[in-house]
Design a protein around this ligand. Sequence first.
Ligand code: AMP
Ligand code: ZN
Length: 113
Amino acid sequence: MLKDDCLFCKKIKGEIPSSKVYEDGDMYVFKDIAPKAKVHLLAVPKDHYKLISEMDDGRAQVLARILTKLPQVAAENGCTNGYRLVVNQGDDAGQTVFHLHVHILGGENLPWD
Ligand code: AMP
Ligand code: ZN
């Protein structure tokens, strides 16, 4: 279910532009507008919910399919030597868009500390 006032739902519906790199029945993947690495993609489930803490069994099955597909999407978009997946949960993590999304960061060696 998509939500009218959500930025990422609007992207999924095509109401606002995005640099889409992949789409299937479960997810929509596009380039982050303010990349924090040479490659920075966002993988967004096509079901609107805010937080990883709102997972249930059904959503977990969808997320499992998404995670199964992500290595291929990452490799096809320049992450051929590894990548980092990040999910920010809530304010302390600096979450700014409250539609669950997985950051895919790569295309270069990523600092850890
Ligand atoms: P988070 O801080 O985990 O909620 O991540 C939200 C991400 O969405 C940030 O990395 C932003 O740069 C990105 N973002 C915000 N607005 C847009 C947009 N219009 N198109 C693409 N990415 C966006
Ligand atoms: Zn949404």
